[in-house]
Design a protein around this ligand. Structure first.
Ligand code: TXA
Ligand code: MG
Length: 357
């Protein structure tokens, strides 16, 4: 583990990053911080390295990886020329939590990266450590979130250690990540419209300032557990897996705060009577309403960025205390609320309870 939480200009920091970059060039896999979550990086051109990322995570090989770049010039090495809207989105949101699905240049990257799709997801992370590391490695870096598949994504180096210690060459520790949920994955069409394949750090409202129209992939709103063959499949392969899940049974509850708390407290006392350990994820305005073994704050409903920042750590805390019954408050779906609800519902296997007033 290399500690680079101090000043970026310190000689020691640069030495650490050079060491980590040399390992990447050598085909080893290294975890590093981005502004969203920690990534598990590999040279995207090296099939053996990319395969070890899938192996370390226990990730299904039909789920493609995002490629990270430090500058726009790197794109020429592995993408075909991009359309005008893609280029404007990069101008506006890079570096930042936006992943664009772009046409892949044949035989440029390992086929394992894109799972044979003919397209590649690319982003430029807004984190000085990530940018330095990618520049020092001097190659496109394929990096999924640095968690074991199915676990909440890591927002600290110790989350990465919990999941991947012994399976990877090293961890660059840049402190806790800022945004806390993953990047927004989009497809920018030639007609100036955008489809969101995965909600994330860049909101639909922000995209609408640049694109003529913003649509949500219809596959996203479908419950993957209950789908039949006629339902649309999510276009982002990762969206079809239950994910981010704590070990306990999580349910999301929606409704007026007092009604939600009354419902949840009833369920929690029944669970406690059965000897279960209980936990609640709630907004700071409502924390006092709940009676559980642990009540984790998602911050204020007025500032959903706080909930995004705290969500995955809260889910991991539920595991740490051995909670077997967990309830989470729903939030409005505008702004970052869309990404938060997407992750909560996935973590809950789409179990949502609507409480009448
Ligand atoms: O914020 C993030 O995006 C983090 C950090 C590390 O950058 N990375 C991340 O990667 O979340 P990962 O691999 O956990 O998620 C990648 C998502 C998956 O849902 C995958 O299916 C989708 O992007 N994806 C990747 N390439 C794609 C492609 N060519 N077409 C459609 N979806 C793609
Ligand atoms: Mg992931």
């Amino acid at each position: 583990i290399w500690d680079v939480t101090g000043d970026m200009n310190k000689e020691e920091t640069m030495e650490h990053l050079k060491e980590a970059a040399a390992l990447l060039q050598d085909g080893s896999i290294v975890a590093f911080p981005t502004e969203t979550v920690y990534g598990l990086g590999a040279d995207a051109r090296n099939t053996a390295a990319v395969e070890s990322v899938f192996a370390a995570k226990g990730r299904p090989s039909d789920n493609p990886l995002i490629v990270h770049v430090a500058n726009r010039a790197q794109l020429d090495g592995f993408t075909e020329p991009v359309n005008e809207l893609s280029s404007r989105l990069m101008d506006t949101f890079w570096p930042g939590p936006l992943t664009l699905i772009l046409p892949l240049k044949q035989k440029s990257l390992s086929e394992k990266v894109s799972a044979g799709l003919g397209t590649v997801g690319v982003r430029m992370p807004d984190h000085p450590v990530a940018l330095e590391l990618i520049a020092a490695a001097d190659c496109p870096i394929a990096a999924p979130s640095a968690n074991r598949s199915g676990r909440p994504s890591p927002t600290t180096a110790s989350h990465v250690r919990e999941d991947l210690m012994g399976r990877i060459a090293g961890i660059v520790d840049g402190g806790p990540t800022g945004v806390g949920v993953e990047s927004t994955v989009v497809e920018a069409h030639d007609d100036g419209t955008v489809t969101i394949l995965r909600p994330g750090g860049i909101t639909a409202e922000q995209l609408a300032e640049v694109a003529a129209e913003v649509r949500l992939d219809p596959g996203l709103t479908v419950d993957p557990v209950k789908t039949d063959a006629s339902s649309p499949a999510p276009r982002s392969p990762g969206m079809k897996y239950t994910h981010y899940a704590p070990k306990g049974e999580l349910r999301v509850v929606q409704g007026a705060p007092d009604a939600v708390a009354a419902y949840v407290n009833g369920a929690l006392s029944a669970a406690a009577a059965r000897g279960e350990r209980t936990a609640v994820l709630a907004f700071s305005e409502h924390l006092h309403l709940y009676r559980a073994d642990a009540v984790y704050s998602l911050g204020s409903l007025e500032r959903l960025a706080e909930a995004a920042h705290r969500l995955y750590a809260a889910l991991r805390s539920c595991d740490e205390i051995g909670a077997s019954v967990i309830y989470a408050e729903a939030c409005p779906r505008d702004g970052l609320g869309d990404a938060i609800m997407n992750r909560l519902l996935k973590a809950a296997g789409h179990q949502i309870i609507h409480v009448a007033e």
